[in-house]
Design a protein around this ligand. Structure first.
Ligand SMILES: C=C(OP(=O)(O)O)C(=O)O
Ligand SMILES: [Mg+2]
Length: 427
């Protein structure tokens, strides 16, 4: 019944207007699974390869016809006839067919589309929501949303060196309440920025991209917006940052171009520690560059008991890289982006490895997204308790929040909101 009978890929458009892959997987019983593939801008060097048609140095705006062809002409034949319920075999078949360590022949974008669409088709065949099919009977934990309300770095054209300033409503009673709290703060922040003469244009992930120069200026605006909305910073709503430090880690130094200063690895770490002292920052993602292992280890030893330190570029959702990090005392949390690794099976393996080691897990979007909401379901399926999926102002981001609102409603009295404990904080 759950035998794969048809696989079709097409080129669609993502939230930045760039081409991306969408895949339909159809089963013998007529069940249809459809998945669209996201795309990053501040990508980790060790991510699985996103296949683009043209010159890779100019890849945004380039087509994904080669990846679409890889699905339609190569992968489709290999997975047709397999059982969609046997996700591990479907994914292993594609990995073997590709035959490279980074999925560079067929493209991680090709593999991921098929992998996720397969799981979605199997869920439809079982008349189950995706979170239940993947997560089983215990899939009922709604994640704390990390909402990106100020954009900088590679996601905006303003001088802010850090890429993301987020709010996480840890004190909400439900996910729906968390979304409402976040949107209230978002609107207060908009009014405060306007009143201060700033632009309220938004960046790639829908957060405001004002002409601010330092992290302190951004954090001050966010803290004041939380207070003015009537919430307590640190208790009701905590702060989260993604400096995306690999982007400005150059030849051993952290080059803050917007602020106009350079910091050594130790100075950069001391600066982050100072921000954690001065502001209610409960989590920092990519505080250090992906190649600054010593810096990562030192910062984890220094701040790891007080602050969630989440590895994005440094782990690339790759189980082997994560294992090495766990061994070396790098980070205490991992960001999970399905397209960094390219299959659902490998994504779930990374989540399990993290959980077994006591690392927290944050399910994440990419800066280039579509209306696909798979990661919302995966956040519940894995019980990871945290999701970062942008601001409250773009349909590609709100689609995920709205899907989680629906899941919470569907779960009814079974639903639990992850709250402060998800970030390793006491509630
Ligand atoms: C979501 C992020 O951005 P991108 O998708 O550009 O890597 C990130 O760095 O966490
Ligand atoms: Mg990141």
């Amino acid at each position: 019944m759950t035998t794969i009978s048809r696989v079709v890929a097409r080129e669609i458009i993502d939230s930045r207007g760039n081409p991306t892959v969408e895949v339909d997987v159809e089963l013998k019983d007529g069940s249809l699974g459809r998945a669209a593939v996201p795309s990053g801008a501040s990508t980790g060097a060790r991510e699985a390869v996103e296949l683009r048609d043209g010159d890779p140095s100019r890849f945004h705006g380039k087509g994904v016809r080669r990846a679409v062809d890889a699905v339609n002409e190569t992968i489709a034949d290999a997975v047709t006839g397999l059982d969609a319920e046997d996700q591990a075999t479907v994914d292993a078949t594609m990995i073997e067919l590709d035959g490279t360590p980074t999925k560079s022949r067929l493209g991680a974008n090709a593999l991921l589309g098929v992998s996720l669409a397969t799981a979605k088709a199997a869920a439809v065949a079982h008349r189950m929501p995706l979170y239940r099919y993947v997560g089983g009977v215990d899939a009922r934990l709604l994640p704390v949303p990390m909402m990106n309300i100020v954009n900088g770095g590679a996601h905006a054209d303003n001088p802010l060196d850090f890429q993301e300033f987020m709010i996480a409503p840890i004190g909400a009673a439900t996910f729906a309440e968390a979304v409402r709290m976040g949107s209230e703060v978002f609107h207060t922040l908009r009014a405060s920025l306007l009143a201060a003469g700033h632009s309220v244009n938004v960046g790639d992930e829908g957060g405001f991209a004002p002409d601010l120069r330092t992290a302190e200026e951004a954090l001050d605006f966010v803290v004041r917006a939380i207070e003015r909305t009537g919430y307590k910073p640190g208790t009701d709503i905590t702060l989260v940052m993604d400096p995306a430090a690999s982007e400005f880690h150059e030849e051993g130094e952290y080059v803050y171009a917007g602020e106009g200063v350079r910091r050594s690895s130790a100075e950069h770490a001391a600066y982050l520690a100072e921000l954690v002292e001065r502001y209610p920052v409960a989590s920092i993602e990519d505080p250090m560059g992906e190649d600054d292992h010593e810096g990562w280890r030192d910062l984890t030893a220094r701040l790891g008991d007080r602050c969630q330190l989440t590895g994005d570029d440094v782990f690339c959702t790759n189980e082997a890289l994560l294992r090495a990090g766990i061994r070396d005392g790098v980070a205490n949390s991992v960001l999970v982006k399905v397209n960094q690794i390219g299959t659902l099976t490998e994504t779930l393996a990374t989540v399990s490895t993290a959980h077994r080691a006591g690392y927290t897990v944050v399910m994440s979007h990419r800066s280039g997204e579509t209306e696909d909401t798979t990661i919302a379901d995966l956040a519940v399926a894995t019980g990871c308790g945290q999701i970062k999926t942008g601001s409250l102002s773009r349909a590609d981001r709100t689609a995920k929040y709205n899907q989680l609102v629906r899941i919470e409603e569907e779960l009814g009295t079974q639903a639990r909101y992850a709250g402060a404990a998800a970030l390793g904080l006491r509630g």
